[in-house]
Design a protein around this ligand. Structure first.
Ligand code: FAD
Length: 472
């Protein structure tokens, strides 16, 4: 992304709407605020836009879409709502989930027709969803969506103030929030860089600063297990300072201790890596996950993330995901990068695979034989995993395997909002002029987020926040 081209000169440190954060939620808010007639600026602490959004897989969950109907996939907003609530262990705020389910298709269409985002034709089912409803941006990256958003931002003439780190809200003498204090010329690697300035917001401020998956001190304060030995898929600057400032001025804390671990991660590479292309897209859908000590399966591989990650943590050591060439072919994905990096290994027999990972050979054979029987029966009586219509036996080589161990991936908690994306105080009343959207908010996903639902969340609530901030 050429940031020089995007960064415009700011005429005055005064705007109708200030958006803090340049990920999916912030850019969606900025675009909609501008379209609603407001002057807008985006504040971003880093030198480039995109936050965690730009490194995401670009998977977006959309119920009751035209494309599903064309492929005879029966879905509804109600089913989507029920899936999110079930995965969230019913800790989600129902009104927010309804808003997301209601706005998902519109946000998806907006991303295609107004922003010009290209999507793959495939519609996937990810763990915890009842039906295939997950669309993926071309290139399998959120960068495709961010690129189109930045083109629109430029077309609309919205300045992005890079290296501007939000410090605190700015109040007038009546304690009304009228703007923000910002560290201009901030440098991530140099804590003494930058000078403080104030920016005035005539109508509203949208907080869209993302999650705190990389903020070890803050996440450990919420869940002591999440110390520095647990890796994260997030960018290192996914930290909680802006969230903490919102809490300081009285925003409602919601579900802060609910932190999601990604069960598809590999302990043999840093961060998100490439392994999930094999584990999430091939193994969970078509293959099996076993405990290497016993050689047995221990869960429904298509369960939601929390169920799967908790099952692995209970096992207490990395597990092994297994599939074969036939599974890879049915998935339609390529695992070349995973093999090249050595995260996924290839074997010409089950015996050699078992020997490599120290799995009891005989038990592993039986485990795979009984899964193959489940494929034949079209029903997994043992763990209730949905057997996909194009599922194949794991019978012929090459066999592929990868070690699996969860990493911090997403923070469900954040500031409380209502259906208008207004930031709420501790009594549940909107804080005048403040709005929030995306991963910095809490309540949409409850105890556990379903895969592909964050992008839907960011687009739906980002758009709502921008429109309402402009209308204030
Ligand atoms: C590897 C990976 C893959 C993923 N894949 C998917 C997927 O396929 N589908 C899906 O639904 N979800 C996915 N997710 C989750 C999803 O990408 C994120 O939840 C979502 O992008 C968050 O968007 P956001 O706009 O809320 O925050 P972000 O995109 O993180 O943006 C926040 C921005 O705010 C800036 N900021 C933070 N603090 C300050 C401050 N003090 N001052 C100024 N700026 C600040 C940050 O620098 C950042 O640019 C994935 C996440 C990861 C890490």
């Amino acid at each position: 992304m050429n940031t020089d081209q995007i960064q415009n000169q700011v005429a005055a440190e005064r705007f109708d709407v200030i958006v803090i954060g340049s990920g999916f939620a912030g850019l969606a808010a900025a675009i909609e605020a501008k379209r609603a007639g407001a002057s807008v600026c985006v504040i971003e602490k880093m030198k480039a836009a995109g936050g965690n959004s730009i490194i995401s897989d670009g998977g977006i969950a959309v119920p009751a879409s035209q494309a599903q109907a064309e492929q005879h996939i029966q879905d509804s907003k109600e089913l989507f709502y029920q899936d999110m609530m079930r995965a969230g262990l019913y800790c989600n705020q129902p009104a927010l989930v309804r808003t997301l389910a209601d706005g998902a298709n519109d946000a998806f269409e907006w991303s295609k027709s107004y922003l010009g985002v290209p999507y793959l034709e495939k519609i996937e089912i990810f763990g915890g969803h009842s039906v295939a409803r997950c669309f993926t941006a071309r290139g399998i990256t959120g960068g495709t969506i961010i690129k189109q958003m930045l083109l629109k931002i430029r077309e609309l003439g919205i300045p992005i103030l890079f290296q501007h780190r939000f410090l605190s809200f700015w109040n007038d003498q009546n304690d009304t929030i009228i703007g923000v204090r910002v560290l201009k010329n901030y440098e991530y690697a140099n804590s003494s860089a930058g000078e403080e300035i104030k920016i005035f917001a005539e109508r509203g401020i949208v907080l869209a600063t993302g999650g705190f998956g990389a903020d070890v001190a803050f996440r450990q304060a919420q869940d002591p297990r999440l110390d520095e030995t647990i890796d994260t898929t997030n960018k290192p600057f996914a930290t909680a300072e802006a969230l903490q400032e919102a809490l300081r001025i009285g925003a409602k804390p919601v579900d802060l201790s609910k932190v999601q671990l990604g069960p598809w991660a590999s302990p043999d590479e840093k961060g998100y890596g490439v392994g999930p292309y094999f584990s999430e897209y091939v193994v969970f859908q078509y293959g099996v996950v076993v405990d290497p000590e016993t050689g047995n399966r221990f869960c429904n591989e298509l369960a939601d993330r929390k169920t799967l990650a908790d099952a692995m943590l209970t096992i207490g050591h990395p597990c092994v995901g297994i599939a074969n060439q036939a599974c890879v072919e049915q998935s339609g994905w390529s695992i070349e990068k995973c093999l090249k990096k050595g995260v996924v290994k290839s074997f010409d027999s089950i015996e050699s695979l078992a020997t490599h990972y120290g799995i009891p050979n005989e038990t592993l054979r039986n485990t795979i034989a009984s899964f193959n029987q489940a494929v034949t029966n079209g029903k997994d009586a043992e763990f209730g995993k949905p057997i996909l219509v194009n599922a194949q036996q794991i019978a012929t080589p090459p066999f592929f395997a990868m070690r699996l161990w969860p990493k911090v991936h997403f923070t469900m908690g954040g500031v409380g909002i209502n259906e208008r994306a207004e930031m709420l105080d501790r009594d549940g009343n909107p804080i005048p002029h403040l709005f929030a959207a995306g991963e910095v908010t809490g309540g949409v996903h409850g105890a556990s987020r379903l895969g592909s639902c964050s992008i839907t969340d960011c687009l739906v609530f980002g758009r709502i926040a921008g429109k309402n901030a402009a209308g204030n």
